[in-house]
Design a protein around this ligand. Structure first.
Ligand code: F0G
Length: 435
């Protein structure tokens, strides 16, 4: 298929070649997306080719992103791809989590199994590849932690220089330390995510640095592979619901785009419904969905949540995400700090584990089941966006009863598991374990 960049704004729809270094429409400032045209691939033969590629040892076929390269905007040209064998993330059953939410079964698509431990790698492999193709030397992003960890890794792997901007004091050490280890120049800015994104957009232009935030349409294209791979793993049977956490709303945009493209190409005949879950203290998209007029999103001035990955008040991709939620007959929910923390512990008790933002999915499902929106027999896939080890501090505090909401209220360790200090004494330990 042929591909080009197209302005997302219905009144504009200006078109640009793929190798133009732009992130928003130069004519109207709208978001850009990749549009495909020309000969449509045959779903039957692609499904077979993609399955066969899993058995192949070439790095491209081993990647759970590039295996699906026919649906990526590189025109079949696989030269110079930066891959760390991303994707290939499992579907795992969480019966205990399903019972907790009140549904018969629940499957997690665990993006925490990626090379840097989050779903960002699916998009970053495409973003870093595009940076090389357009001849950039330096790449930058603002991040709540995972994008920066991922960008640092892919940039260093590609021989590009990563520069990351993070909100000072507001990302987990797990993520910050990844960026340091992968060699990123790391700037901790005394501002929040939304303010820093505005700053970085100016700096990227002024200094000629390639911007790798999810405003970059190539990131979104890569993240489509999360859905393509999930459907491939399910032998192309779509679930009733796909549930994901929402922050900057790039992933929601990518999931919806993947589903629409797969449906229009004939890979699936039924659209799953998207359910996006935000944290109560950072829920501008939820607010938007409650309002009668969805033409303007009102940013949350000072977003607050312990799920720092989704601590975003002014999501850049909200217009795309709105289209995808509407097109899929989807829904937006929000969850409290206590609900997210308890849901996270339940995912842990399945032997699965995830970072706080990812647990918003289970908290959201439980609420949507109580509200009668998701029914007990529905086929539900929840996407866990980040690895359990991303934020160990949160885990320790929850289990020891010392976790507090951003406002300072205690979070109850409903499923707490406090470590016990014991003397070096076999008798006393045996006595304790007998209880
Ligand atoms: N879950 C995790 C673990 C994340 O890191 C993010 C976003 C999201 C969910 C939300 O995804 O922004 O596409 O709606 N993290 C970004 C970052 C913002 O900088 O790492 P979204």
């Amino acid at each position: 298929m042929l591909s080009e960049l197209v302005c997302f704004e219905p009144g504009c729809r200006a078109r640009f070649p793929l190798d133009e270094v732009i992130y928003t429409c130069p004519q109207c400032g709208g978001l850009l997306e990749v549009a495909y045209s020309g000969d449509k691939p045959d779903p039957g033969s692609l499904k077979k080719i993609w399955r066969e590629r899993r058995m192949n040892n070439s790095p491209l076929d081993q990647s759970g992103v590039w295996r699906y390269r026919e649906l990526l905007p590189f025109d079949g040209n696989a030269a110079g791809v930066v891959t760390l064998r991303e994707g290939n993330t499992p579907l795992v059953n969480g019966p205990r989590a399903a019972a907790y939410a009140g549904i018969d079964s629940l499957v997690f698509k665990h993006q925490g199994f990626n090379p840097t431990g989050s779903f960002k790698d699916n998009g970053m492999t495409c973003g870093a590849t595009q940076a090389l193709r357009v001849g950039m030397r330096r790449v930058a992003c603002v991040s709540t932690g995972n994008t920066s960890a991922s960008m640092a890794a892919y940039a260093s792997a590609a021989g590009l220089q990563p520069v990351i901007f993070i909100p000072h004091g507001n990302i987990s050490y797990g993520k910050l330390s990844q960026a340091l280890e992968y060699g990123a120049r790391t700037l901790q800015v005394e501002a929040n995510f939304d303010q820093i994104l505005a700053l970085v957009r100016i700096l990227a232009e002024r200094l000629g640095i390639y911007l790798l935030n999810s405003i970059n349409p190539f990131r979104i294209e890569g993240q489509k592979s999360i859905i393509i791979e999930m459907l491939d793993q399910r032998d192309w049977t779509p679930p009733d619901w796909i549930v994901l956490p929402g922050g900057n709303l790039g992933n929601t945009s990518a999931f919806g785009k993947a589903l629409r493209e797969l449906a229009s190409l004939g890979f699936i005949t039924r659209m799953p419904r998207l359910a996006v879950v935000q944290a109560e203290g950072a829920a501008p998209f939820w607010d938007l969905m409650q309002s009668a007029d969805r033409a303007v999103l009102r940013p949350v001035e000072n977003p607050k949540t312990l799920a720092t990955a989704i601590r975003i008040g002014d999501p850049v991709s909200w217009k795309k995400a709105l289209r995808e939620v509407e097109c899929s007959n989807g829904i937006v929910a929000r969850a409290s700090e206590q609900e997210i923390a308890d849901a996270k512990a339940q995912i842990g008790l399945c032997g699965i584990g995830c970072e706080p933002a990812s647990a918003a999915t289970l908290a959201g499902i439980k609420k949507l089941v109580s509200a009668g929106v998701i029914r007990s027999g529905d086929d539900v896939v929840a996407v866990l966006t980040g690895n359990v080890l991303k934020d160990p501090d949160y885990i320790y505090r929850y289990h020891t009863g010392t976790l507090q909401t951003p406002a300072g209220a205690p979070i109850k360790p409903t499923f707490g598991n406090n470590p016990i200090v014991v003397p070096n004494d076999a008798g006393k330990i045996a006595e304790l374990l007998a209880k």
